[in-house]
Design a protein around this ligand. Structure first.
Ligand code: HEM
Ligand code: HEM
Length: 156
């Protein structure tokens, strides 16, 4: 397929995915904070519980989590699209594989939502395990991502 984009558009497209992904990294740390507050709320009692419930952490966590899900799927597809537009192929390397892995992890983790809301402990445990793995992979993905950006800048 011959995509008729001007060279400068093709070049600037390269920075869209990294910017969105850094924003998502910050957002996922915030989601983790909210998730841990959900857990704290559930395990607390009396006055403390009343105070924590006012924070509506479960609702806020679900909302931020949903935004994260949508942007991560779109962001990974976008990264592949820009790579293909610029190189006519994908590079099967750590960044591609970890990226596809993360996209699958977040899909499974979000799919556990109805079960967690019914109070299933297995779903909560799996959700936490999947997401802290996701955060670890994200840190790694940020490192390999910045290396790709550096390569693009030196080749420009
Ligand atoms: C955290 C910071 C990240 C940075 C700085 C970064 C940077 C990059 C860059 C520069 C590219 C080349 C394409 C382009 O220029 O747009 C790329 C490709 C890609 N990124 Fe990222 N990325 C990051 C995070 C992520 C995350 C979280 C995912 C998935 C959830 C992801 C998935 C991908 C995929 C699948 C590709 C295509 C790789 C290929 O075919 O070679 N990236 N990334
Ligand atoms: C970085 C990503 C995420 C982290 C670290 C994270 C972490 C957590 C934690 C620690 C809990 C508390 C479990 C408990 O009560 O013991 C939780 C609950 C929950 N999470 Fe996440 N989560 C993430 C992303 C998501 C996403 C993407 C969704 C869905 C779109 C989501 C939906 C939920 C729901 C529905 C609950 C149950 C809330 C309730 O009890 O009402 N989370 N999460």
């Amino acid at each position: 397929m011959n995509l008729e984009l001007s060279p400068s558009v093709k070049y600037w497209l390269n920075f869209f995915h990294p910017l969105i992904m850094w924003l998502l990294f910050v957002l996922s740390i915030y989601a983790a904070y909210l998730g841990l507050q959900v857990q704290r709320t559930r395990n607390s009692q009396g006055e403390e519980k009343k105070e924590l419930i006012k924070g509506r952490y479960n609702i806020r966590h679900y909302q931020i989590g949903s935004i994260l899900l949508g942007l991560m799927v779109a962001g990974a597809i976008g990264g592949m699209a820009v790579t293909y537009i610029n190189n006519g192929k994908l590079f099967v390397g750590p960044h591609l594989l970890a990226g596809l892995g993360m996209t699958s992890l977040i899909a499974f983790s979000a799919a556990l939502s109805p079960y967690m809301q019914k109070g299933a402990n297995w779903a909560r445990m799996t959700h936490i395990l999947l997401n802290f793995t996701l955060l670890g992979l994200f840190a790694w993905q940020a490192v390999t991502g910045v290396q790709i950006v550096q390569r693009i800048l030196t080749n420009a």
